[in-house]
Design a protein around this ligand. Structure first.
Ligand code: ATP
Ligand code: MG
Length: 174
């Protein structure tokens, strides 16, 4: 299974200019004092995974630019790149940038549509709408309160067992 090697941020939320977060290992833990930017790391991840504004804790996409929260954005653009490594250590770079309120998505430097971008993420097992990567503050409770069938459905999407379900049911009958 592949892993996220590093995140590059540019003028995104609390990061001014270009900065690198990582390198990461296969399991990572982010610690820091209140307000130090832990959730901003998750926001950077979600942003680069195509997340909409509500989950990014801003009203408009333009508010993601460094300094925009105090009305002094340092640039018109913010950018986040995810460096993903597969089993053969082949790197794929997923990049989303925002200018004003519109987003541009790139895979290894080539601009793609959001649909293509999400499709490529899904191919490596990142199903953004299944929330397999990010559990936001408060989401644990909402997952725990789901009815069991709904919760099972969610886990089936996450672990990709759904595609084998029909085959499994047939084998069980035989
Ligand atoms: P907690 O432990 O309270 O959850 P945290 O470590 O998750 O805190 P964050 O919410 O990630 O902290 O970061 C908050 C910081 O990010 C604040 O200091 C805020 O000023 C800064 N910040 C948020 N948006 C921007 C922005 N657009 N430009 C610059 N700084 C920003
Ligand atoms: Mg936080």
């Amino acid at each position: 299974m592949g892993y996220l090697k590093q995140i590059e941020v540019e003028n995104f939320k609390s990061w001014r200019g270009k900065q690198v977060i990582g390198p990461f290992m296969r399991f990572n833990c982010i610690i820091g004092t209140n307000g130090s930017g832990k959730s901003n790391v998750m926001d950077a991840l979600s942003f680069a995974m195509g997340e909409r504004t509500a989950s990014l804790r801003v009203r408009h996409l333009r508010d993601l630019v460094h300094g925009a929260h105090i009305g002094r954005p340092v640039s018109d653009t913010a950018r986040v790149s995810l460096h993903y490594c597969d089993d053969e250590e082949q790197e794929t770079v997923f990049c989303r940038s925002v200018s004003g309120d519109s987003s541009v998505y790139r895979i290894n430097g080539s601009q793609v549509t959001l649909a293509k971008y999400l499709e490529a993420l899904e191919k490596i097992g990142i199903v953004t709408k299944a929330r397999n990567c990010l559990v936001f503050q408060g989401a644990v409770e909402s997952i725990a309160l789901k009815d069991p069938k709904e919760r099972t459905k969610m886990f089936e999407i996450i672990c990709q067992s759904k595609e084998y379900a029909e085959k499994y049911d047939k084998m069980k009958e035989a």
